[in-house]
Write a protein that binds this ligand. Structure first.
Ligand SMILES: Cc1ncc(COP(=O)(O)O)c(C=O)c1O
Length: 438
């Protein structure tokens, strides 16, 4: 165990012991003292291939041996070219061009900058406003944080956050007929902000960690995408978490028969081996930029990094070779069946999920679905109890309104076995039994 201040690492947690992870295999993480944790959330929903990454490691090593780094303004590389082709092959034809970055937050920032440049090139520079949802999470750099409807992360930095207009995220459990759930709220907000002043609407097609695997009703995305198009607003689909197979489809938007203007990918794009994210833009957006300033006005030293792209390429190849996206879809019933018994617990208000993205939501009152006060830290305490049971799940607070609401996300690797899914359910049940109101 390592604990602040007996370390030179500026740890992510300064208030408790952190075990040292020394190895990982399959769905399991191994600590320095031999303890094993069943990784039921792939860290922060990243390790989609599980922890056996020999093929990715080989690809990265080979790439670094051959060509470690060139700058994206001076060269392109085979790895970036091939990965872009592999992505484009799986995407609708109009999502034609891929810009590679490192983290989800960076890619979100780049996506809104691209939206801005597109509008300016078309002489619609008055489009400065952004609309995003509550609850939501789009990252922690300042503009990505400004978009995020998560008070806990925002409050400290509020003076530095750009203004973002808000609509409620779909909440089929508590507010099935509300405009936020049916999609009507988005056009109403576009009109309120001024239809010619809105640059982009940023949202996850399927709610990830902030909402806990929420699938909007079928009318939501057709209605929202149509309203955005009619008013010249770009829809930026954040698939950093829900993309690349997590929901049992290659891309979560496919479920709704709509195509975003800009698609943002991260996390599962290289399954955790190296930082890699991507902004995929419609052909017309990139053509407009090319005809205008001739380049996207953006720069990062590590963009289009060949080693990261080679990891992405190896990841996509494995997803395809082992039919892991199909597997994520096929395992949905087994995951929900493993979690379903938890719904009997008096503090559990809902168990839901799609593909291999599930959530167990905790409530103070099962009849009214009233959430626990934030001071009880129920999500965090459940995740901590699970950790003590040798189970890694991802806690989230704020799913009701960006402040209150407690859930844990269960999002195992696509390679998880049915026996491991049963074990996840059993360990989470034990953790729940140990949980007492604070
Ligand atoms: C939907 C979504 N968007 C963006 C991000 C930010 O990605 P990163 O943490 O890689 O910056 C996350 C991270 O959890 C996310 O879940």
């Amino acid at each position: 165990m390592v604990r602040f201040p007996e370390t030179s690492v500026f740890l992510r947690r300064l208030d408790r012991d952190l075990p040292v992870a020394v190895a990982a295999e399959g769905s399991w993480i191994v600590g320095a003292d031999g303890r094993r944790w069943l990784d039921a959330s792939g860290g922060a929903v990243v390790a989609n291939l599980g922890h056996d990454l020999d093929d990715v490691a080989e690809a990265v090593a080979e790439q670094i041996r051959t060509l470690g780094y060139v700058n994206g303004t001076q060269f392109t590389t085979r790895a970036a070219e091939d990965l872009a082709v592999e992505l484009a092959r799986r995407l609708p034809e109009e999502l034609a061009y891929v810009y590679f970055l490192s983290s989800g937050s960076e890619a979100i920032e780049a996506a809104i900058k691209l939206a801005r440049q597109y509008h300016v090139e078309r002489r619609e520079g008055g489009r400065t406003r952004l609309i995003a949802r509550v609850p939501s999470y789009h990252g922690n750099t300042l503009a990505a944080l400004a978009l995020s409807g998560r008070e806990h992360y925002r409050a400290l930095y509020a003076p530095w956050l750009i203004e973002v207009d808000r609509v409620p995220a779909p909440d089929p459990l508590r507010r099935p007929a509300a405009p936020g759930t049916t999609g009507e709220a988005v056009e109403a907000e576009i009109l309120r902000s001024g239809a010619d002043r809105v640059a982009a609407f940023v949202a996850e097609p399927v709610g990830g960690s902030s909402a806990g695997g929420v699938v909007p009703p079928p009318e939501y995305w057709p209605r929202v995408a149509e309203a955005c198009r009619r008013h010249g607003v770009l829809w930026i689909a954040d698939e950093v978490l829900c993309g690349l197979g997590r929901t049992g489809r290659w891309f979560a938007f496919e479920r709704f028969g709509v195509v975003p203007d800009i698609l943002v990918l991260g996390k599962g794009l290289n399954a955790g081996a190296l930082p890699l994210s991507a902004v995929v833009a419609r052909r017309e957006i990139v053509e407009t930029v090319a005809a205008g300033r001739g380049a996207f006005v953006h720069a990062q030293t590590y963009s289009h990094h060949p080693a990261a792209c080679s990891a992405g390429l190896a990841t996509l190849r494995r997803l395809e070779k082992d039919r892991l996206v199909e597997r994520a879809a096929a395992l949905e019933p087994a995951l929900l069946a493993a979690l379903e018994p938890l719904a009997e617990h008096p503090a559990v208000g809902d168990v839901r999920g799609v593909g291999l993205l599930a959530a167990v939501e905790l409530v103070a009152d099962r009849r009214t679905l009233a959430p626990f006060p934030r001071s009880e830290r129920m999500a965090e305490r459940l995740a901590e109890a699970a950790f003590d049971e040798g189970l890694v799940v991802w806690p989230n607070a704020g799913n009701v309104d960006g402040v209150v609401g407690d859930l844990v996300v269960v999002a195992p690797p696509f390679t998880v076995t049915e026996a491991e899914l049963g074990e996840i359910g059993a360990r989470l049940a034990r953790a729940l039994r140990r949980l007492r109101p604070a």
